[in-house]
Design a protein around this ligand. Structure first.
Ligand SMILES: [Zn+2]
Length: 397
């Protein structure tokens, strides 16, 4: 009985309200956004400091949604701040707007792609999975190690072992690759993700160029990078999209790498802030500064290790520290994942961990090469799920 009643209500609901998707506006501040939508600015001022800072890191590419009633009243707005948390602005039953940070519901599947080269790896991976992100991650991984243009021939196999998030049945967020291989004329090139999150070749040699250095001498991390953490006392979801270094006021801040200053000024949450764009497309951010080194301005070229400013407590800061961020486009990434690392190969326990990871991935690679999954589908999945190519819905076997 109750179910029939719901079915009767459903069409009314659909006609009464409308969901409007929109992209976060490049460069728009959260306060501007509230103003444009004629929402109370108190929504921002009533947030606590950490949540306010979160609003400054909404990626320009964020896919937002607005639910509007037939009377053009905004009933709800969802703004993703990363792939795990979103801001929810909603109309309460008392007709007041409220805001909170809530998790984004998504499902993660372990997947294995097997395909054979028909044109170039990027196109073949995109065709098999529909994921531009996966295709470009693969190409970046092997860049400089394999000459795809020269050596590759039709029929050469490649395998990628990865995790993919789905939201409402659609590909969502960046895939997490744990290993990948490509065979060229019978020679295998394989890369494995170690427990430190970085890729190594079969001998355990680093493949990434670790060009970045810590921005503070004798750095002491007081708060690490996290996309989502539940605070048991505050009963809130939290994110911290950078690394905090505890340091005395006035401590020198050094550029993490060569680059060009793309921002030097004041931002609400981050206070006196410098952003530096590096040649590999990443941007580093240095917040809460007491002051900049004289002469530093937008357009300045800086060298790695060059003094750019001094530790302070400007903006929404609980005390003197450096908030250090790293961005790929407008998406925050963990800065510690791209810092220079002092290792000359593995030894002891770390070596054993790496060998275990490598063996597991090699087993998956070999299995895929042996079983040669049905070509027409071009890809299959480790677990009992697959994605329908037409609808992108996750289906069970
Ligand atoms: Zn911080």
């Amino acid at each position: 009985m109750g179910r029939i009643f719901l079915f009767l209500l459903l069409p009314i609901f659909i006609f009464a309200a409308q969901v409007k998707p929109f992209k976060w506006n490049n460069g728009e501040s959260f306060l501007n956004f509230l103003e444009h939508k004629k929402l109370p600015l108190s929504l921002y001022y009533n947030m606590d400091k950490e949540d306010q800072k979160l609003t400054e890191d909404i990626p320009y590419t964020a896919n937002c949604q607005m639910l509007i009633s037939s009377k053009k009243t905004i009933k709800q707005i969802l703004i993703p701040v990363n792939d795990e948390l979103q801001l929810q602005i909603y109309l309460t039953p008392k007709n007041r707007y409220s805001m909170r940070v809530i998790p984004i519901i998504s499902e993660t599947y372990k997947e294995v792609l097997y395909t054979q080269i028909k044109s170039v790896p990027y196109d073949d991976i995109l065709k098999a999975t529909g994921s531009k992100n996966l295709a470009s991650i693969f190409v970046k991984m092997f860049k400089g190690r394999v000459n795809f243009k020269k050596d590759l021939k039709a029929g050469d196999p490649l395998v990628i072992v990865y995790e993919q998030k789905y939201r409402q049945g659609k590909l969502f967020s960046m895939p997490e690759v744990s290993g990948a291989m490509i065979e060229i004329g019978g020679t295998r090139y394989a890369l494995y993700r170690h427990s430190d999150g970085r890729f190594y070749d079969i001998k355990g040699a680093q493949i990434e160029k670790f060009i970045f250095k810590l921005p503070i001498r004798n750095a002491r991390i007081t708060s690490g990078f996290t996309k989502s953490r539940y605070h048991p006392v505050l009963h809130r979801y939290r994110a911290h999209v950078g690394v905090d270094f505890g340091a005395r006021p006035g401590t020198q801040i050094l550029s993490t790498g060569d680059g060009k200053v793309s921002f030097a000024g004041y931002s609400n949450g981050y206070g006196k802030t410098i952003k530096i764009r590096h040649s590999n497309g990443l941007t580093s951010l240095y917040a809460h500064q007491r002051g900049f080194k004289p002469g530093i301005h937008i357009g300045s070229n800086v060298k790695q290790g060059e003094l750019i400013g001094f530790v302070g407590s400007t903006g929404l800061s609980s005390g003197p520290h450096l908030h250090f961020g790293m961005y790929d486009g407008s998406t925050p990434i963990n800065p510690m994942g791209v810092m220079k690392k002092k290792t000359e190969g593995f030894s002891g326990k770390e070596q054993r961990v790496f060998v275990a990871i490598r063996s597991k991935l090699d087993r998956i690679f070999n299995e895929k090469l042996r079983t040669k999954p049905i070509k027409s589908r071009g890809y299959d999945f480790q677990d009992t799920y697959y994605v329908d190519k037409e609808s992108f819905k996750v289906k069970a076997f």
